[in-house]
Design a protein around this ligand. Structure first.
Ligand SMILES: [Zn+2]
Length: 307
């Protein structure tokens, strides 16, 4: 997958589902936005080198939120370069207090490293990335510390996990609380008011049908509000796939007992499906195999989506 130069010296690096998409501004003191997943760091470093980023010269990393697929390179890149890392004040608080619950890492058994948050980014603040100016848009809901970046001149939005084209990022009410769904609706309204004409999302390719994407997500949240079991099903499917990507597949005979040892699987089935663990597991795996999101090979389960 080639990097796209979306503004002068500013590159969009599209990744997959395990690794969030990220951005790099090439200069004597490069600036990065997000750094993908820790397990694929060497691939991330190769992608950055390919667009001319010198890792030891990085001046600033902007983190759109502290989920593991967005902060994977932060600690190591900060060690190599001594760079600043800027994020929403809530995210900085999570790092300052070593809070691996609010970041979801503990709940979902994800690998991630704490890093030194040196700067905060407030809603409405303008951040220069070389000659390009971006406004910080706080987008709570999916993650309380979520931010998007908007370039008014080009009507270009870097939406992170606040807006995807065809799907929507997972909702974790257990961590974010019940206010998370109304918060998503407010964040989508805020995004709609920007008049963005091109969106570079946290996952998936860039898109221009911005209003359609906003309407699709809004409808989805309204359905979630009417029928909470939909949230549970969506979460179980997405995190099952994510877990298989993190683990590069898993033996099928031990996958169920391993999921039962995680906090998220048991908790989610308890919360939405009154504890019918095995029934739910079988249903989710069957559905994902039928849709070819998973495949079964030599006794193992693998995710087929791009990591
Ligand atoms: Zn996220």
């Amino acid at each position: 997958m080639k990097a796209i130069e979306i503004l002068k010296d500013f590159f969009f690096l599209e990744r997959g589902y395990l690794n969030a998409n990220h951005f790099a501004y090439r200069s004597r003191e490069p600036i990065l936005i997000d750094t993908a997943y820790i397990g694929d760091f060497s691939h991330t470093a190769d992608r950055l080198s390919a667009v001319g980023i010198e890792m030891d010269r990085i001046g600033l990393i902007i983190t759109t939120h502290c989920h593991c697929d967005h902060v994977g390179g932060n600690r190591i890149l900060q060690e190599q370069s001594g760079c600043d890392i800027a994020l929403h004040p809530l995210g900085k608080h999570y790092m300052d207090t070593r809070d691996d619950w609010s970041t979801w890492w503990r709940f979902y058994h994800q690998e991630a490293d704490f890093f030194k948050a040196t700067r905060t980014l407030e809603d409405g603040e303008i951040v220069p990335i070389g000659p390009h100016e971006f406004e910080i848009i706080h987008t709570p809901g999916h993650s309380a510390d979520g931010i998007a970046l908007f370039n008014k001149k080009e009507k270009m939005l870097l939406s992170s996990d606040a807006l995807w084209e065809k799907d929507m990022a997972v909702m974790t009410l257990r961590v974010e609380g019940r206010g998370a769904l109304p918060a998503v609706l407010s964040s989508l309204e805020r995004i709609a008011s920007l008049g963005a004409q091109r969106v570079y999302p946290g996952h998936g390719p860039p898109f221009t049908r911005v209003n359609e994407a906003i309407s699709r997500s809004t409808e989805r949240v309204r359905r979630f509000l009417k029928n909470e079991a939909d949230i549970g099903n969506d979460l179980l499917k997405k995190i099952t796939v994510y877990t298989l990507l993190m683990q590069r597949g898993a033996p099928e005979d031990t996958f169920y007992p391993r999921l039962m040892q995680t906090a998220w699987f048991k908790d989610t089935v308890d919360f939405y499906f009154s504890g019918q663990y095995r029934i739910k597991y079988d249903e989710i795996i069957k559905g994902l195999l039928e849709k070819k999101v998973l495949l079964r090979k030599a006794g193992n389960l693998y995710a087929t989506v791009k990591p």
